[in-house]
Design a binder for this molecule. Structure first.
Ligand code: CTP
Ligand code: MG
Length: 226
């Protein structure tokens, strides 16, 4: 039997307001290439992924087209959730699974993709996570409040994988106006099962200006230790 047809949605329609800079962060060069291009190339080459769809802001379509060659390209929306919905609407009907990935996470270890895809045999969704290692505390007006027990707490990364029917249903049922920072919480709200798989520090998101240097040094460390 042929393996389920799996596509990747790469989200690049954000404005990168927290990262600053002249262009949205996904166009900034890290390790010799715009971050978006790293993500497109890495996901596009993985053997379990049959095609890549990039979601970009309407005013950046020409710039993204020049960058990604003949990969599919669609216009995103004002929020991440709307950008995912626009991407889902553009996926071919015969797709069975989708991986949703932030272009702001340029380096995607193949072992993480393997774990996410494998978990979809048994679950509606799967997300890479890292266990929280630091002590967590609540602050009140810059003063120490209660310690938050960290047992069972995780930091969520992408690529997140879904059975396409489950993700389409979650988006269709989601109340307009509610916000969701990722898709796993949407699938969960409909009662779907979402597996946690081991993430990777290489997948840390570039969010603030100082994260660019950290991303660059992670790559150098990786190539030294390879
Ligand atoms: N994203 C998107 N469409 C949006 C908002 C975000 O495709 N309307 C994408 C971003 O391009 C990014 C990913 O979702 O790859 C994760 O979002 P985030 O890190 O919040 O990026 P931005 O929204 O661009 O940054 P900021 O919130 O600092 O403005
Ligand atoms: Mg954002």
């Amino acid at each position: 039997m042929a393996p389920p047809r799996t596509l990747a949605l790469i989200l690049a329609a954000g404005s990168g307001s927290r990262a600053g800079g002249r262009w949205p962060k996904q166009f900034a060069t890290v390790a010799g290439k715009p971050m978006l291009l790293h993500a497109v190339e890495l996901l596009g080459r993985h053997p379990a992924i049959d095609g890549v769809v990039v979601v970009a802001a309407p005013e950046r379509m020409a710039q993204v087209r020049a960058l990604i060659g003949d990969a599919a390209l669609v216009e995103g929306g004002a929020t991440r959730r709307e950008s995912v919905a626009a991407g889902l609407a553009a996926l071919p009907e015969d797709a069975e699974r989708v991986l949703v990935h932030d272009a702001a996470r340029p380096f995607v270890p193949y072992a993480v993709i393997d774990r996410v895809v494998a978990a979809l045999d048994d679950h509606d969704g799967a997300t890479p996570v890292l266990a929280v290692a630091d002590t967590l505390v609540r602050g009140h007006d810059s003063m120490l409040g209660d310690v938050v027990p960290r047992a069972g707490l995780h930091r969520v990364q992408t690529p997140q994988g879904f059975r396409l029917a489950a993700l389409r249903a979650a988006h269709a049922a989601w109340p307009e106006g509610d916000e969701a920072t990722d898709d796993t919480q949407m699938v969960r709200r409909l009662g779907g099962s979402v597996a946690l798989v081991q993430g990777d520090p290489m997948l840390e998101k570039v969010t603030y200006p100082e994260d660019f240097a950290a991303a660059e040094s992670r790559v150098q460390w990786e190539s030294r230790s390879a």
